[in-house]
Design a protein around this ligand. Structure first.
Ligand SMILES: O=C(O)c1cccc(C(=O)CC[C@H]2O[C@@H](n3cnc4c(=O)[nH]cnc43)[C@H](O)[C@@H]2O)c1
Length: 225
């Protein structure tokens, strides 16, 4: 996986967009039409890579907004394949410890919070603009996990742990931590490629989700460009 790949609109951007992989970055760039002021980077898979990539970028220049974007799993009944999910918060759903009485989150352990809110006004504006563009949008918590869900049981556990959970991915909380540390507003958007549940990679609608991401990119350009 390429880490921290510089994009064709790199350098002068004042909106940072962090994806995991190059295919996601390229889809967004199609929608953004390579236009300034967006600095789009494929930072690698997982919260650590995403946080490191976002922090490195933010250390070099001041951004007015940081967006984590990519494909993701949708919780059945909340966000179906083909939908876009705009996060109202990024939730590190597996950050904590197991205990005989169940999972204890970072909050319960007194070490911080597993929840970082998205910028309320900006996420509302984005969701409204996506709807106006005729795109299917769900607003809700997006879980960040280090291990993607691969069974129905884990899907149930995670959905119960985070009521209203709409989607799951692997980078949002990392970008959110970096943004929070720098005082930069944060957003996350996911195009749903697969249901959260039993792993069946062959059925993931990756191309369709990337196309949806490109459509979202065009709206992001309108709203934040
Ligand atoms: O194989 C490809 O062509 C391809 C193109 C774009 C993206 C991928 C990925 O596998 C990206 C991994 C990325 O996707 C997120 N993701 C997607 N579904 C889930 C899920 O159900 N649970 C957790 N994460 C998911 C995640 O953010 C990964 O970084 C492949």
């Amino acid at each position: 996986m390429t880490q921290d790949v510089r994009s064709s609109v790199d350098g002068d951007g004042d909106v940072l967009i962090v994806t995991a992989v190059e295919a996601e970055r390229d889809a967004l760039l199609r929608g953004l039409r390579n236009g300034s002021p967006f600095d789009v980077v494929a930072g690698g898979v997982g919260p650590a890579a995403a946080a490191a990539s976002a922090a490195a970028r933010m250390a070099r220049r001041r951004y007015r907004l940081a967006i984590c974007a990519g494909i993701g799993g949708g919780f059945p009944g909340r966000a179906e394949v083909g939908a876009l999910v705009v996060a109202d918060e990024a939730v590190a759903a597996d950050l904590g410890t197991e205990a005989p009485e169940g999972f204890l989150s970072l909050d319960r352990l007194g070490f911080g919070s597993i929840r970082i809110p998205a910028d309320e006004g900006k996420s509302a504006r984005l969701a409204e603009a996506l709807r106006s563009a005729g795109l299917p949008v769900v607003v809700g918590p997006v879980l960040t996990v280090s291990s993607a869900t691969g069974t129905g049981e884990t899907a149930k556990v995670r959905a119960m742990r985070v009521p209203g959970a709409a989607a799951e991915a692997m980078e949002g909380y990392g970008v959110a931590v970096a943004a929070q540390n720098m005082g930069v507003p944060f957003l996350e958007i996911r195009a749903v490629s697969n249901p959260v549940g039993p792993r069946n990679r062959g059925t993931w609608k990756i191309e369709a989700a990337l196309e949806r991401l490109a459509e979202a990119g065009a709206v992001i350009r309108e709203v934040f460009g």
